[in-house]
Ligand binder design. Structure first.
Ligand code: UDX
Length: 438
C-alpha cells in the first residue's frame, strides 16, 4: 500500500516509520525544507528511543521517503494522513485548525483515483466533516473518503505504543474506506490488537475522552496525595490499594507535580471548549485543568517550605526538566512553573536533564545548566527532582549528602524510599508520603 503522511512532526514521523516497517511504502511530507534535508541525512529532529534506527532501516529498505512538496506523493497514494499540528489557539483555547484545513486543500488539488484521507491529528468533533467539505469544494469530482484515526502514542514509548496498541480506532461510515484501513493495520490486528470501527464523530471524541480521563486520574491521585500529607497516609499505598480494583486499574495513579506535555493540557482545554459550545459542559474536566494548572506553582511553594520558608539568595539544584523522562520535550513541563516560582522567590537555579537542556534554554531564563548530576548538586542549598529519569533513581546518596551545602531533597516523583534519605540525615520531602521514619 502507498501511504503519504502530511506533517513529519512527532506523530507523522513515528507513524510513517512504523507503517513502512510493516511493509507499506511511505512518504513523509513536510513544508520545512531544513527538517526534510535533515531527515534525508538520517538526522531525527526529535528524541524518541528507537526512532533513528527504525527510520534508517526503512529508508535503506526503500520503503520510507521524504519530500517537501506533496503533489507527487499525494497523487500516487492510497491513503493520505493529515498529521499536522493543532496548537491551542491563542486567547480562546480552541484547537487551531488552520494547518489541517490547508492540508485538506492541498490534498484535494493533488489527489488522483480513490483516496482515503485520514485525520491523525487530534481534532475537534466535526473536523472530519469540515475536511470532507473542503475537499469536495476544491474537487467536486474527487473519489475519496475522510476517516478519523486518532493516535494514542506516548512520547518515549511511541514505537511500542504504535506496534502494540491497546486498540486501533477508525471512524468512518464508508465501507470501502473501512476495508482500506483494515488492510493498512492488518499486521497489528493479526497480532490481536482490537480494531474498533465506529462513526467519524465518535472516533474524534474517543481521543479527547481518553486523554481527559487519564488527566483526571492523575489529578485525582494528586489531590489524594495532598490529603495524605495532611492526614498522615501514604499515597503510593492508596494508589496500590485502589488500583488493584480492576474497575479502577493501577496505571496513571502516580502522584507528582502535575501533568504536562503536548497532549493533556491542550486536549483537556479543547474538550472543555467543545463541550461549552455544544451546551453540554464537562465540569469535571474544567476542574481537572484548573487544579493541574495551580498545582505546578504550588510545587514551587512546597520546595520553599522544605527550605525552611525562604529560598532567597539560595541555590536550588534541579534534576529533570522535561515533562516526563525519555523525551527532550519541554512543552507545558511542570519544571517551568516550578523554576519560575523559585526564581520569583529569589533562588538561583542550577539544572541538569539528560536530554532536555537545549529545549529548556528556549523557555527558561537565568538558569545555569550543569553537564551531569553531581556538578548540578555541588554546593547547592537544596536538590529538587522534577522528572523521574532512570539516571536519577540510583544516585550515590552519600555523595549527594557530601556535595549539598544543606541536605534538603524534594522528590516530586517519589522515586526514593523515604527511609534511604532519612537515615542519612537528609530533610526529605516527597509527594503524599509521611516525612518521618516509620
Ligand atoms: C499522552 C497519552 O498517554 C497518549 O495516549 C496521547 O496520545 C498523548 O498524550 P504523553 O503526553 O506522551 O502521552 O505522556 P504520558 O506518559 O501520558 O504523560 C503525560 C503527563 O502525565 C506527564 O507529565 C507525566 O509525568 C504525567 N503523569 C503520567 C503523572 O503525573 N502521573 C501518572 O501516573 C502518569
Amino acid at each position: 500500500m502507498r501511504v503519504t503522511m502530511i506533517g513529519a512532526g512527532y506523530v507523522g514521523l513515528v507513524s510513517g516509520a512504523c507503517f513502512a516497517d510493516f511493509g507499506h511504502v511511505v512518504t513523509c511530507v513536510d513544508k520545512d525544507p531544513a527538517k526534510i534535508a535533515a531527515l534525508e541525512k538520517g538526522d531525527i529532529p526529535i528524541y524518541e528511543p528507537g526512532l533513528a534506527d527504525l527510520v534508517a532501516n526503512n529508508v535503506q529498505a526503500g520503503r520510507l521517503f521524504f519530500a517537501t512538496g506533496q503533489t507527487e506523493a499525494v497523487r500516487s497514494a492510497d491513503v493520505v494522513f493529515i498529521a499536522v499540528g493543532t496548537p491551542s489557539r491563542r486567547g480562546d483555547g480552541h484547537a487551531d485548525l488552520s494547518y489541517v484545513h490547508q492540508a485538506a486543500r492541498e490534498i484535494a488539488e493533488a489527489m488522483d483515483g480513490y483516496t482515503v484521507v485520514v485525520t491523525k491529528s487530534t481534532v475537534p468533533v466535526g473536523t472530519g466533516d469540515a475536511v470532507e467539505a473542503i475537499i469536495r469544494e476544491v474537487r467536486p469530482d474527487a473519489d475519496f473518503a475522510v476517516v478519523s484515526n486518532p493516535e494514542f502514542l506516548r512520547e518515549g514509548a511511541a514505537i511500542t505504543d504504535f506496534k502494540r496498541p491497546d486498540r486501533i480506532v477508525v471512524g468512518t461510515e464508508d465501507e470501502r474506506a473501512g476495508e482500506v484501513m483494515r488492510a493498512l493495520y492488518r499486521p497489528l490486528y493479526l497480532n490481536q490488537s482490537p480494531l474498533i470501527i465506529t462513526n467519524r464523530r465518535t472516533a474524534e471524541l474517543i481521543k479527547y475522552a481518553a486523554n481527559a480521563f487519564l488527566a483526571t486520574k492523575i489529578t485525582f491521585i494528586n489531590e489524594i496525595a495532598d490529603l495524605c500529607e495532611k492526614v498522615g497516609a501514604n499515597v503510593q499505598e492508596v494508589a496500590r490499594g485502589i488500583g488493584l480494583d480492576n474497575r479502577i486499574g493501577s496505571k496513571f495513579l502516580h502522584a507528582g507535580p502535575g501533568y504536562g506535555g503536548s497532549c493533556f493540557p491542550k486536549d483537556t482545554l479543547a474538550l472543555v471548549k467543545i463541550a461549552q459550545d455544544a451546551d453540554s459542559p464537562v465540569r469535571i474536566v474544567e476542574t481537572v485543568a484548573a487544579v493541574n494548572e495551580v498545582r505546578k506553582r504550588a510545587m514551587g511553594r512546597k520546595v520553599i517550605a522544605a527550605c525552611g520558608g525562604s529560598v532567597s539568595g539560595k541555590t536550588v539544584a534541579v534534576l529533570g526538566l522535561t515533562f516526563k523522562p525519555n523525551t527532550d520535550d519541554m512543552r507545558e513541563a511542570p519544571s517551568i512553573a516550578i523554576i519560575r516560582a523559585l526564581q520569583d522567590a529569589g533562588a538561583s537555579i542550577r539544572a541538569y536533564d539528560p536530554e532536555g537542556i537545549e529545549q529548556a534554554k528556549t523557555v527558561l531564563d537565568d538558569v545555569a545548566y550543569a553537564d551531569n548530576v553531581y556538578t548540578a548538586i555541588e554546593g547547592a542549598d537544596a536538590l529538587v527532582i522534577i522528572t523521574e529519569w532512570d539516571a536519577f533513581r540510583a544516585l550515590d546518596l552519600d555523595r549527594v549528602r557530601a556535595l549539598l551545602k544543606t541536605p534538603v531533597v524534594v522528590d516530586l516523583r517519589n522515586i526514593y524510599p523515604p527511609q534511604d534519605l532519612l537515615v542519612r540525615g537528609f530533610t526529605y520531602v516527597s509527594v503524599g508520603r509521611p516525612e518521618e521514619l516509620y
